[in-house]
Design a protein around this ligand. Structure first.
Ligand code: FES
Length: 196
């Protein structure tokens, strides 16, 4: 069985921390398009520096491909001079990062105390039904991620939901259903225009 190249342990000697498997091993897994490697290289070329580039770069990658697969994290680690585990740690710490593909629309229903008192469960149920997704899941057409979250800081507008970055207050189940229908219709129209 082929062994990964021995790159030493993170923190050994004076060398910068390096990925265990390295950039070439990450590239060879081919689960993402080749353009992502050039994108990362170009970003790091343009933004010289150290590990402070990690989070902005991860955001840019996620904007581009929708998630941060392991091999991409390993590639980034190698290129910045970190151990993969340091990048995994950042990705798993921040809720904004995900390692699995996300849907086009991120729908979050606040289940914090104020929203709970304002019957946010009914809104969540209506959204789950209309999106055809369980909380924490993705809809069968890949259009919606539905999540139940804690206070989003708009308690005075309870019950609140977020669609993307937009906060909607005093949401009724009916409004929530209509929102999903509108987004689905718009997606259908744009698919029709592009011939998908
Ligand atoms: S509890 Fe829902 S926004 Fe605060």
């Amino acid at each position: 069985m082929n062994q990964p190249p021995d790159r030493g342990r993170p923190g050994d000697g004076d060398e910068p921390l390096s990925g265990f498997y390295g950039a070439e091993e990450a590239r060879s897994r081919r689960s993402v398009g080749d353009e992502i490697w050039s994108f990362i290289d170009a970003y790091l070329e343009e933004h010289r520096g150290g590990r402070e580039r990690l989070i902005p770069l991860l955001h840019r990658i996620q904007e581009k491909i929708g998630c941060l697969p392991c091999e991409v994290q390993e590639y980034v680690a190698d290129r910045i001079g970190l151990a993969p585990v340091q990048v995994y740690g950042v990705v798993s710490f921040y809720h904004g990062f995900t390692t699995t593909p996300r849907a086009r629309h991120q729908v979050k229903v606040c289940m914090g105390t104020a929203c709970h008192m304002a019957r946010s469960q009914r809104v969540l149920d209506a959204l789950a039904d209309r999106c055809r997704a369980e909380p924490g899941g993705i809809s069968d057409d890949g259009l919606f991620n539905l999540d139940a979250v804690r206070c989003i800081g708009a308690c005075g507008m309870a019950p609140t939901i977020m669609v993307g970055t937009a906060v909607h207050g005093s949401t009724t189940p009916r409004q929530a259903r209509r929102m999903v229908d509108d987004l689905r219709n718009r997606a259908g129209e744009s698919a029709g225009e592009t011939g998908e």
